[in-house]
Design a protein around this ligand. Sequence first.
Ligand code: HEM
Length: 356
Amino acid sequence: MASTIKSLTSFLFLISSSFLLHSSFHVTKAQAQSYPPLVEGLSWDFYDNSCPKLESIIRKQLKKVFKQNIGLAAGLLRLHFHDCFVRGCDGSVLLAGSASGPSEQDAPPNLTLRLEAFQTIDDLRRRVHKRCGRVVSCSDVTALAARDAVYLSGGPNYSVPLGRRDGLNFATRNETLSFLPPPTSNTSALITSLAKLNLDAYDLVALSGGHTIGIGHCGSFRNRLYPTQDPVMDKTFAKNLYGTCPTSNSNDTTVLDIRSPNRFDNKYYVDLMNRQGLFTSDQDLYTDRRTKGVVTSFAIDQQLFFERFAYSMVKMGQLSVLTGNQGEIRANCSIRNVDLFLSSVVEDGEKGLSQF
Ligand code: HEM
């Protein structure tokens, strides 16, 4: 009798533990982040052998950097976006202008990128190359820095596919302008603009959530204040903006997310529902019937926003990437290797000449 009870108990135990295992498997699967398919040449473990400490070098350094200046997190996130939308994520935005002409950096949307963000990318590159040699590209460093900017500000800790190579050319001013939509765009214009990059309306709403951190200049939302106030804007919010930008040519800055300006969360969408979005391109996402529901769902459910943001970032991070033997691994993020080499030859030559 005793042995029958014992075997019945162990049978029940087996059943219940297999049920538990089964249900926890489902919970884990539901919670697991889903990612878009990887493009050929990129992989999750690209530097596992050649630079296994890559991600920890970057994260450790950025933790220190953000302690000094949390605004840089926004600067780094925006830098990756501006890199990817123009000529793909190939570090072209990092290239300084040359004698042959102005660079992408000189095009209007890029003039408000933060100088310290460029400097931070090259500083990270230097630390990584010191440890591993010249094996990691500036475009991969930029993608990882953007992810850490998100995570260290309170956002999701998503994985970044790696293996990008750096481009040899930058885009012209007109090319840059044609891929980076202005903040005066309405949702229709944004949907059309992102469609050129195979990004859809869902990506648009998720990626716009990047505006949960950082700042904007008066010039970027002047159209909502002058010559007349945008009627969609919350009245008190508008009044405060007139305080920041008292004339139509003021050039001060204000935060993009009034509820939690330095925290990566879903409050940006709550702002939009309260008609407190800063740019036309933000606020119209809640006016347009095609995107309003997605804004609401992200405002209600931060976890859903985090998952969709990570998904769309990985999608954006794979736009027209160079892989394999294409492009190069720059030894200095703002200069092509050939120019770097030529300038060092000239410098050496000058040093040599000055000895005579
Ligand atoms: C959808 C179209 C987008 C438009 C029209 C747009 C436009 C802008 C503008 C005008 C600014 C402020 C520039 C200034 O006045 O200083 C800005 C800032 C910013 N944007 Fe966007 N953006 C868009 C998408 C994105 C995406 C996809 C991301 C990243 C996922 C992003 C991240 C940021 C961040 C973090 C800042 C703050 C930068 C800082 O504080 O230095 N934006 N954006």
